[in-house]
Design a protein around this ligand. Structure first.
Ligand code: NAD
Length: 313
């Protein structure tokens, strides 16, 4: 199947992941980077990675790794990369001035109907698209690391993004096997980071009050809460843990409020260096700094296995 062309601008970690994801379902992917050696390196890395995923049984899509690699072209000019693309996924570093410059450039190449999505983790599209001619076609589509195994994409429109562009982007994300959510308006932290900060806040609080060790705090999540949350979210958890949401609140809301009153601290919580040093010292015995790359590979292996398990659902 010969699908449309996708342009990826920036060939770092996130650009490589997007390229592999789009190619896995047959899109023609053109990838560009301002640093030519980086582009060459990225293309080689993609080839190695897809070959390895195939051997390990983690390759996405129905095409072989060779077919997928053939779908990905490294372009030495931005013009070639963008030519004829229906969707552009911008993946340059998270720096406002850089995003402004890159989007001005992308605006010049925008043809009718070309959607330009930024992978930005924090910067809202309104901060770098306001003055642009094609700003109605621009928005944020924020992936989660590693996107190849974590399908969530947060779609965050600027106030001027066309609803049709939001819908089209959401449909495209579904089409490539990602799991999009749509924010109705721009809000700091989008959705995932807000949830994440709430969880870190209480982890920090429990550590500072000496309630549990760092290892045990993490264990509460990865052998407890996290197992549920990999399949159902916090709201459905409430619904299932009683006879529906209303029953849950009738039974448990007072208790939850009491726990919060007695234990939660003031927000915002500053993730302070003295506490960070203590936690890191504790990690030293089982997760020293020089073992982090190894541990990331281990994590990605399990995320891959979990991704297959979720696909089976
Ligand atoms: P990265 O530093 O790994 O890669 C960025 C690439 O962009 C580099 O190869 C660089 O040479 C290239 N680049 C710089 N200026 C450019 C230009 N003008 N034109 C073309 N290419 C250019 O960064 P990353 O981790 O891949 O992050 C990219 C974006 O994705 C950022 O906005 C980041 O916030 C977001 N993001 C990152 C993560 C993550 O965990 N790394 C997760 C989600 C979203």
């Amino acid at each position: 199947e010969n699908k449309s062309k996708i342009a990826i601008v920036g060939s770092g970690l996130i650009g490589q992941n997007w390229a592999m994801i789009f190619a896995s379902v047959g899109y023609r992917v053109a990838i560009y980077d301002v640093v030519p050696e980086q582009l060459t390196r990225a293309h080689a890395l993609i080839k190695d990675t897809l070959g390895r995923y195939e051997k390990e049984g983690h390759l996405r899509g129905k095409l072989t790794s060779t077919e997928q690699i053939q779908n990905i072209t490294a372009c030495s000019s931005l013009t070639d990369c963008l030519e004829g693309a229906v969707h552009v996924q911008e993946c340059v570093p998270e720096d406002l001035n850089l995003k402004v410059t890159v989007f001005q450039e992308l605006d010049k190449h925008c043809s009718n109907g070309m959607v330009v999505a930024s992978s930005s983790s924090c910067l809202p599209a309104s901060s770098f698209t306001e003055s642009l001619e094609h700003r109605n076609n621009m928005l944020v589509a924020h992936p989660i690391n590693p996107p190849y195994f974590i399908p969530l994409v947060e779609i965050v429109p600027a106030p001027w993004t066309d609803q049709a562009v939001v819908n089209k982007t959401r449909a495209l994300m579904e089409n490539i096997g990602q799991s999009p959510v749509t924010l109705k308006y721009e809000a700091p932290g989008f959705a995932l980071n807000r949830m994440q900060y709430a969880i870190i806040n209480e982890s920090w609080n429990m550590y500072q009050t000496g309630l549990l060790s760092a290892e045990d705090i993490d264990r509460v999540c990865h052998t407890g809460l996290g197992l549920r949350y990999a399949f159902i979210g916090p709201l459905e958890t409430m619904h299932l843990n009683a006879n529906g949401m209303v029953d849950y609140c009738q039974r448990y809301a007072d208790g939850a409020e009491k726990v919060q009153k007695e234990t939660f601290k003031q927000i915002p919580v500053k993730y302070d260096i003295p506490t960070a040093e203590k936690i890191q010292e504790e990690f030293e015995s089982y997760l020293p700094l020089d073992k982090i790359p190894q541990r990331r590979t281990w994590r990605d292996g399990w995320l891959a296995a979990l991704a297959s398990l979720k696909l089976a659902d």
